[in-house]
Design a protein around this ligand. Structure first.
Ligand SMILES: C[S@@+](CC[C@H](N)C(=O)[O-])C[C@H]1O[C@@H](n2cnc3c(N)ncnc32)[C@H](O)[C@@H]1O
Length: 254
């Protein structure tokens, strides 16, 4: 388990110093409350980029959800041995701050070349910093994963907490594309929140992945949170003593 190692601790410390330089703790915790309500109650606004509008929400996303996603992805790929086998390229769709992609990349037996794509310019810049913090090479591109020409395989393809922000037709087209790529040797990991209403398309995707030989899992990780994450969790009235999510995996037996 490398989630709480030295690099991780230094990454969180740097995030904390940078994001709390221009904003107070209570501004960030208020923004975190607004951000989590965007994810839960005002999901229709996500497609317009509402989650990352404003410095407070960006800070909350980077400092709170980034570390949580990193810890969850680390746990998942350490539980799915096939996910860690060497592969030349890791493609992170909707990379956000790079927190999930870097977690998978650094769990691999040999670090892959990483390509992260996100439509939001702030996310692309933040992801570049994340990869630097972990001493890993990455190419970050601003683009729409629904229309971008995705680099060819062999690749490990990650879409963590991203596909639920896509319009239905774009997501459906991506499903066919990802299943087809896995049949040609790529590995695909999709991650979404446990709450059923967030991804109503989940069961159909799960069926498609399982028919193609993949697997679906639910995760409930009880782990110690970094102090700043635990403090934000309490201040925003959230409860992430258990980090949860569900995943679809395709591409080599787990
Ligand atoms: C909830 S965040 C997750 C970020 C990251 N994958 C993680 O696990 O922390 C969703 C990300 O997907 C990006 N996104 C949403 N729709 C997108 C699209 N059509 N093309 C590219 N990026 C997109 C957003 O800008 C945001 O950074």
């Amino acid at each position: 388990m490398n989630a709480h190692d030295e690099l991780f601790i230094r990454w969180i410390a740097a995030l904390e110093a940078r994001h709390l330089a221009a904003l107070t703790f209570s501004q960030v915790s208020r923004a975190l409350r607004a951000l989590s309500s965007t994810y839960v109650e005002r999901r229709q606004k996500l497609a317009g980029g509402a989650a990352l509008s404003g410095a407070g929400k960006r800070a909350a996303f980077a400092l709170f959800y980034g570390p949580l996603h990193h810890m969850l992805v680390t746990h998942i790929v350490e539980t799915l041995p096939a996910a860690r086998r060497s592969i030349s390229t890791l493609l992170d769709l909707g990379c956000g701050t790079g927190a999930s992609g870097v977690a998978w990349a650094r769990s691999c037996e040999k670090p892959p070349r990483v390509i992260g794509i996100d439509r939001h310019p702030w996310a692309v810049g933040e992801a570049a910093r994340t990869y630097r913090a972990f001493g890993m090479a990455a190419t970050l591109r601003q683009g729409d994963i629904a229309t971008a020409n995705l680099p060819k395989g062999p690749a490990a393809i990650l879409a963590a907490f991203t596909l639920n922000e896509l319009a239905d037709p774009a997501r459906e087209a991506l499903l066919a594309h990802l299943v087809s790529r896995a049949s040609h040797g790529d590995r695909v990991l999709i991650l979404e929140p446990l709450a059923g209403f967030v991804a109503r398309w989940w069961n159909r995707w799960r069926d498609a992945f399982e028919s193609a030989g993949g697997c679906a899992d639910e995760w409930r990780l009880r782990t110690e949170l970094p102090p700043i994450v635990a403090k934000l969790d309490r201040a925003a009235g959230l409860d992430h003593r258990e980090i949860t999510g569900r995943s679809l995996w395709l591409g080599g037996s787990a």
